[in-house]
Structure formats: C-alpha cells, structure tokens
Design a protein around this ligand. Structure first.
Ligand code: PEP
Ligand code: MG
Length: 325
C-alpha cells in the first residue's frame, strides 16, 4: 500500500481524462526547499517569509533577505516559486516592531496593512525578491488583501521598485507575475473586479474559513465549526476560480484545503489550477487526482452545490472516496 503510494511522488497530477494541475509545496524557510523537491513538489506555491523576520532580533537587511530568497529560487531551478510578502500580526509577533496589543489581532494591524503603513519595509522586501528573480522563476503575492485600493497601492510600490532597480542597472526578471492571496471574504466576493487587475489568485483557506464562518482558527473550543467544506466556503472558492478563468488568469490554493485528499475531487470539479500544501501531502493528493476524472468531479460538484450543511458535504465526499477506493 505504502509502496503503491510512493510511486506517485514524482508523477504529474493528471486526471484520467487528461486535466493536469500543478502540485506545489508550502515552505517557511529556505532549508525546506530541497525536501519539498524530494517530496515531489512541482514548485513552491507559498513561501511564508515571515519566519525570516521572526527569527531575528532586528529587521533583516535587503542582503540577508536576498540571500534567503535566492537560495529557495536556485534550489527550485526552473520550477516556480511564489514568495509572499510579510504576513506579520495576528498570531505572529515581531519583537523589534513593538506592535501594539490589540483586542482582535486577526482583524487588526497585520500583513499587507502593516506593509503599506511601513512601506520602507515593503520596498526593502520587494527589492530583495526582485533581485532573486534573476536566478529562477519568481512570482510575488500579497497577503490579506481586503480591498482594491490595497492591491493597487501594493502594485504601485512594486512598479516603483522595479523602475528604481532598472535605473540602478540591477538585474531582475521584468516579467515577474504579481498576485494576491484571497483569504478575506470581501476579496472573494469582489473576485471579478480583482481578476481584471492581478496576474493570479492564491486562495488561503486557513484564513478564509476563519473570516467567512467567524470562527477563530486557533480556538479549539469552537474547532468543530472550523471546516473548509462549509457550503459558504465552497461557494466563495468557486466564485474566485471562475472569476479568474473568465479573465484568462489562474487560481491556486495554499490553505489547508488544498492538501486534504477528501476535498481533491471537489477542487478538480472546480478547476483549481495550482495546489500548494505541506510537502508530506503531495503524493497522496497526486494519487487521488490520478484516479478520478474531471467529468465525474464536475457532476459531483453539481450535487454538492445542492447540499445545505458541512456534514452533508463531508458525507457526500466520503461516499465518493469510498466508491473510488
Ligand atoms: C491561509 O490563510 O490559508 C494561508 C495559507 O496563510 P497562513 O496560513 O500563513 O495564514
Ligand atoms: Mg493566511
């Protein structure tokens, strides 16, 4: 059984009727890039850069960041690496920034909000990322975008940094794609508007579930409510993927839902283009995808859309899994 599963590690993820998706890994440090490859990752779908900042006593310099990003990009060779700008705040603290205590940290001064407010920080990070782009296939994404203004402001800073680097004669890839995380309901709801302006979406179900169902992702007491198979979450995910495709853009997913084998048929039915997960889940998800057809998953999706509760969705997906298994 286990040997059977191992065989899928380096296989592409293609359904029986020929729909191919990209399976990537989430990483938090450069040291995780090589193990990700060894687990069959076809790219890095989410590099959480905040750990580089959290493991320091002062703000990491442009050089220090550049070295870390370059290491990941070089390790991955010609495979894509999506680098996410700083997602600090919420549960993640930075001692040297002395962030104020907040009543609702997850609804507070975090991620892109902080990066736009302290834009010298974002400029430094974007310079380091763009410099690393000369060594491989880099894409950039912004976390916690909740309005088009935030996206446009961040994109504007990105363009300014590119101009500046060009003026300085510094090498970078001028075609770097820039996208956003979709992890706040307002952004999922306005996906059609965003899709006209961004290069790609990456759905962060960890936060999207938290904000859609109003359930703290860290609170075990209400953990039973926290579920990416909630019909409202599915509806948002569907809307985001469809909106991107209408504009000829692609959608990835880097939240926990992407690595859930039970959810895989649903995500195939939805046409999710890129899936990013903890490296350990890759072979299993590849195996599931190899054993199903997009056609049957689209039918399954239609049935799921008629359901009204999370437990009905779970039951339906479990039945499907059993038929296949
Ligand atoms: C998410 O919210 O789904 C996500 C991938 O980001 P993080 O888990 O780092 O908040
Ligand atoms: Mg998140």
């Amino acid at each position: 059984e286990l040997q059977e599963l191992e065989k899928f590690t380096f296989k592409p993820a293609i359904t029986t009727d020929g729909f191919r998706v990209e399976i990537a890994a989430n990483i938090g440090t450069p040291a995780e890039a090589k193990p990700a490859l060894e687990h069959g990752a076809e790219g890095i779908g989410l590099y959480r850069t905040e750990f580089l900042f959290m493991n320091e006593t002062t703000m990491p310099s442009e050089e220090k960041q550049f070295a870390a990003y370059k290491q990941v990009v070089s390790t991955m060779g010609d495979k894509p690496v999506i680098i996410r700008t700083l997602d600090i705040g919420g549960d993640k603290e930075l001692p040297y920034l002395s962030l104020p205590k907040e009543m609702n940290p997850f609804l507070g001064y975090r991620a892109i909000r902080l990066s736009l407010d302290q834009s010298e920080l974002l400029v430094t990070q974007l310079r380091a990322i763009l410099r690393a782009s000369a060594y491989g296939k880099v894409k950039i994404m912004f976390p916690m975008i909740s309005s088009l203004e935030e996206w446009r402001q961040a994109k504007h800073i990105f363009e300014e940094v590119k101009d500046q680097l060009a003026k300085e004669g510094v090498e970078f890839d001028p075609s770097v794609e820039v996208g956003i995380m979709v992890e706040v309901p307002s952004t999922a709801i306005l996906a059609d508007k965003f899709a006209k302006e961004v290069d790609f979406f990456s759905i962060g179900t960890n936060d999207l579930v938290q904000y859609t169902i109003a359930v703290d992702r860290m609170n075990e007491k209400i953990g039973y409510l926290y579920d990416h198979l909630h019909p409202a979450v599915i509806r948002l995910v569907k809307q985001v993927i469809e909106a991107s495709h209408r504009e000829g853009k692609w959608t990835g997913m880097c939240g926990g839902m992407a690595g859930d084998p039970l959810a895989a048929p649903l995500l195939i039915g939805l046409g999710l283009d890129e899936w990013s997960m903890v490296a350990g889940s890759i072979k299993k998800v590849k195996q599931v995808i190899s054993q199903i057809s997009r056609g049957e998953c689209e039918k399954l999706l239609e049935e799921i859309q008629t359901l009204t509760t999370t437990s009905e969705v779970r039951k339906k997906l479990a039945e499907f899994q059993k038929e296949k298994g």
